[in-house]
Design a protein around this ligand. Structure first.
Ligand SMILES: C[S@@+](CC[C@H](N)C(=O)[O-])C[C@H]1O[C@@H](n2cnc3c(N)ncnc32)[C@H](O)[C@@H]1O
Length: 296
């Protein structure tokens, strides 16, 4: 493992991401056994997608779909079950090995690539109808503008990019299993150096012992929006949700609709989603041949 304290800025970011990769290899083992991911139920046909993304992404039947940061592939295979020709990408080798195994076991034609998001251009030379990423993706990426450029380059002209992720506002607060209410501990705005933490359990198993530390970056909503605009995508909508698909903080309460909210009257933004399109080249208009100057 390179020494994170030394080296150029680029090398340090690379080293942080390498440390995160070790963490995600470790978390893959923990998550694949967790009731949160319920691999048994998934193998019997349960979808892991939430009504939020299913409702906001249009029909995926027959669409070429690229799923970034797919973890061990449950959402990717769920999209494939809905008719998409899906490819998942994640930098954790353990996650991708498991994703491929699950695809084989469930007879899915979903494909998987092991790569850092930033390196995909070196490996993939096709474009997609839909580029998708979700729940806990951006906080692992040091550079949101470079991410947006990468994303945009894989959206075909006329194709769509969709993200649903934790609202950056939630990054402000302490989030461990003892948290009883919001307690500000972090900055809202981006800083080049990540927050490094020894994790106490994970979202999928709060009691798990996790050895590796996590390195996370925050990106404000304006940074995310401006990065996508700067990459040439046209934003169709930005939505903010006062609920979450699971107990992202231990004090959230589940409603009858299966969504989790802050109890009481406070409506706090917990998720956001963005749908954007890459406009095709303008329709070619046939130019009339220049009128020949009449010779006198
Ligand atoms: C919170 S998980 C995504 C969860 C996913 N929505 C799910 O529920 O299965 C974040 C994923 O991002 C991956 N990841 C983090 N940094 C990455 C990077 N730089 N390139 C590719 N994958 C990365 C991790 O390996 C992990 O699988």
């Amino acid at each position: 493992m390179p020494d994170i304290e030394k080296g150029t800025f680029q090398e340090r970011q690379q080293a942080h991401m390498q440390a995160n990769r070790a963490l995600w290899d470790e978390l893959t083992n923990i998550h694949s056994r967790s009731s949160f991911y319920d691999v048994g139920g998934f193998k019997k046909g349960k979808s892991t997608l939430s009504p939020i993304e299913v409702g906001e992404v249009s029909d995926v039947r027959g669409k070429l779909l690229l799923h970034l940061q797919c973890h061990f592939g449950l959402d990717t295979i769920s999209w494939a079950r809905m008719g998409a020709k899906a490819t998942g990408v994640d930098f954790s080798e353990r996650a991708i090995t498991l994703a491929r195994k699950l695809a084989r076991e469930t007879g899915s034609d979903a494909k998987f690539i092991c790569a850092n998001v930033y390196d995909i251009p070196q490996l993939v030379n096709v474009t997609f109808d839909l580029v998708f990423t979700s729940y806990g993706a951006l906080c692992w990426l040091p550079d949101v503008r470079r991410w947006a450029k990468t994303v945009a380059q894989f959206v075909k002209p006329g194709g769509t990019f969709y993200i649903v992720d934790f609202h950056p506002f939630t990054n402000l607060f302490v989030n461990n299993k003892d948290a009883r209410d919001f307690q500000v501990a972090y900055s809202y705005f981006h800083s080049a150096e990540p927050a490094e933490e020894q994790m106490e359990g994970s979202y999928a198993d709060p009691n798990a012992r996790v050895r590796n530390t996590s390195r996370q970056w925050t990106h404000s909503l304006s940074d995310i929006v401006n990065a996508l605009l700067g990459a040439g995508l046209r934003i169709q909508f930005l939505h903010e949700f006062p609920y979450c698909t699971y107990a992202h903080f231990p004090f959230l309460k589940e409603g009858p609709d299966g969504l989790w909210r802050v109890p009481g009257r406070r409506k706090v933004p917990l998720l956001f989603s963005i749908k954007a399109v890459r406009d095709g080249p303008p329709a070619v208009t046939m130019l009339k041949p220049a009128v020949q100057a009449r010779s006198k």
